[in-house]
Design a binder for this molecule. Sequence first.
Ligand SMILES: [Zn+2]
Length: 481
Amino acid sequence: MIPSTGTPASAMPACAVSTTGGQALGARATLAAGDLTRGAGGGDGPGRFWCEWAWVDGGVRPGVLVEAADGLIVDVSTVDGAPAGAARLNGLVLPGMANAHSHAFHRALRGRTHDGGGTFWTWREAMYGLAERLTPEGYHRLARAVYAEMVLAGWTCVGEFHYLHHGRNGAPYDDPNAMADALREAAADAGIRLTLLDACYLAGGIDRPVEGVQRRFSDGSAAGWARRVSRLRDGPGFLAGAAIHSVRAVPRGELPAVVEAAAGRPLHVHLSEQPAENEACVAAYGVTPTRLLHDAGALGRQTTAVHATHLTSEDLDLLGGAGVTACPCPTTEADLADGIGPMRALADAGCGVALGSDQHAMIDPFAEVRGLEAGERLTSLRRGRFGPAELVAALTTGGNTALGWSGAGRIAAGAPCELVAVRLDSPRTAGCDPAQAVLAASAADVHTVIVAGRPVVTDGAHRTVDVGAELAAAIREVWAS
Ligand SMILES: [Zn+2]
């Protein structure tokens, strides 16, 4: 196996990911999800944080002391008042939240696609126009700012569903993982854990070759894709995972090779986001996308079905029976007029639930949980379809598990020390029951974020990235190119 060239250690910040070690995709890795040394991320020395309120064991407790060492929580106790030497975190402290579905470059489309109406498919043309412009250097600058925006909002882990692999004419870069490395460095810069879900993308539609910018996405075959991603290496704060872009983009005959190469790793797939995808799949193969993936062996506990919007009752049974995680992206699905998926039914059938911000029409974990519950209320005419504890679980343990970090997303001994402190005295949250504040708060209420035992956000500002300015500069640059 050939190690990733990555970036010289001397050019990396203290919390940077390693470019050595780990196991490769395609090597039938038996990587244990939840190897928490991966979550240490370079934290050093002991730390003590006293939380006014903290989310522990599925509920809220007052006066919680969290003690950490080497980036991990070593003890959690209840203490009446902040002890001397402990950092005080006012408000509600949540475990680190995991954004299970991101395409970082889509952030450059925010606030630019609302004129002229259209559909998901016309939005996709705008996205392709953006994808044509990106270079590894420009993508690093953009993703660094986007990931910093995520940390500012309380996401401490991101699953980057990555398909922009190659150069503008479709030819591989000298380092065929140059784009992946750009994302990896961007995450390290921003102080967020990253699971890189490297996507296999081979076709422009069922029985259609890639064309135009889609050539940047394709490795030609699943075997070619597997060879490239076998060069990715895990490291602290970084995990390599896999993705099937969709049943539109990976022909049926290529699916088993992707599944085999992804064994033991997170495997994500866009599933039934649009009715047209279902219709094309049934027309070509005589089965739904879910059934097609099931028959190819792609559904299991490592699998995450992103969107899962337009499903049959058999699809629900197959996904639940396999223990797949469902990952709705409510703000994106609303923005793109996708529809509302049957999330309560999927959870009841046996699916885990995670959440993602996908195309980043907004980056706000609280908006995603409210969107999940609002969709259920609007379609069922019932309230409380997902209770506050289930919503927090989707943001924390659900997302982390979907991204291969099954021990993370908890305030408990042994978990990565990731703490997200949310104001309870803002105009939005004042007067809330802390146990229900996730249904009232916004990203703007996050005042402190601790990652690997270190503060990354304090007083509502990222400590190393000027997020608004860097976003503006990176987005201006990509559209000018
Ligand atoms: Zn997506």
